[in-house]
Design a protein around this ligand. Structure first.
Ligand SMILES: Nc1ncnc2c1ncn2[C@@H]1O[C@H](COP(=O)(O)OP(=O)(O)OP(=O)(O)O)[C@@H](O)[C@H]1O
Length: 252
């Protein structure tokens, strides 16, 4: 695992958001702190604000009041350009639709994350190759176009891309919603084990309550205002994928 600075992966202070001109919906979180490596599952009903919350944590929307810190960096309040730069370097995202560039190769899809971050890592190519190998993507696949991959292979590329910049935080937005139970479980195991290896904190959002069993911490959208991260009594370290390893154990 990489050595990480001594900051929480995520810290929210007096977080308040309201859509302009709308009183009916708001998000309020007095205080939340997630330690490095502590994975969080967020669940909530349709319309409870999951996507809005993720977009705020990524700096896509501007917070109405309060502060968001990612890996010790102040994300909000900041200008849009500063939020973009902080996001590119400190947050990896796995989207619901994975969002790979279909005509680019596997390797170039992963390296895109480095370009968005201004190629902070001088060894980005070697790191991309190492991540792909650890995720079970052999060298024969690296020059294949993303559109020629199976869904499972595309998911691995999406995980490698999200981890390329050694982010403090990886946000996964319902990436398993189109999968059957076996593939869903395999994906989430792989994601968490690879994040553990890299020392990255995962925030996984879903309406699927069954997935909560994989996480030691669960936050329900309905309980945001309480400002607490609940321990998950169902999480079982024997079966918890955070303790599993898959693929080759290359350095992260
Ligand atoms: N661009 C927007 N402008 C104004 N209101 C919005 C906008 N986007 C979402 N909302 C409102 O914010 C609230 C939360 O929506 P959001 O999409 O975050 O919920 P969600 O939990 O992600 O829902 P789902 O699970 O159905 O995707 C809803 O009341 C929605 O109508």
């Amino acid at each position: 695992m990489l050595s990480k600075p001594n900051f929480p992966a995520l810290e929210l202070k007096n977080f308040h958001f309201q859509w302009p001109g709308q009183q009916a919906f708001s998000l309020d979180i007095p205080a939340v702190s997630l330690a490095v490596g502590q994975h969080l599952f967020i669940r909530g009903a349709s319309g409870s604000g999951k996507t809005t919350l993720l977009n705020l944590l990524c700096g896509i929307h501007r917070l109405t009041k309060g502060e968001i810190h990612i890996g010790g960096h102040l994300l909000q309040p900041q200008s849009g350009a500063k939020r973009d730069a902080i996001r590119a370097r400190n947050i990896g995202v796995v989207f619901q639709q994975l969002n790979l560039i279909s005509y680019l190769s596997v390797l170039d899809n992963v390296l895109l994350a480095g370009e968005f971050a201004g190629n902070k890592l001088p060894d980005a190519k070697a790191r991309a190759q190492s991540l792909l190998t650890a995720l079970g993507m052999s060298e024969t696949l690296w020059q294949k176009q993303a559109q020629q991959l199976s869904v499972g292979q595309q998911q691995r590329v999406a995980i490698a891309r999200a981890l390329l910049n050694e982010p403090a935080l990886l946000i996964a937005d319902e990436p398993t919603s189109a999968l059957d139970a076996d593939n869903r479980d395999a994906f989430i195991r792989l994601l968490l084990s690879e994040a553990d290896r890299c020392g990255t904190t995962v925030i996984f959002v879903s309406h699927d309550a069954q997935l909560a069993d994989y996480f030691a911490a669960v936050l329900r959208m309905e309980n945001l205002a309480a400002g607490v991260v609940l321990s998950n009594p169902l999480s079982n370290p024997q079966t918890n994928p955070q303790t599993e390893t898959t693929g080759e154990q290359a350095p992260c």
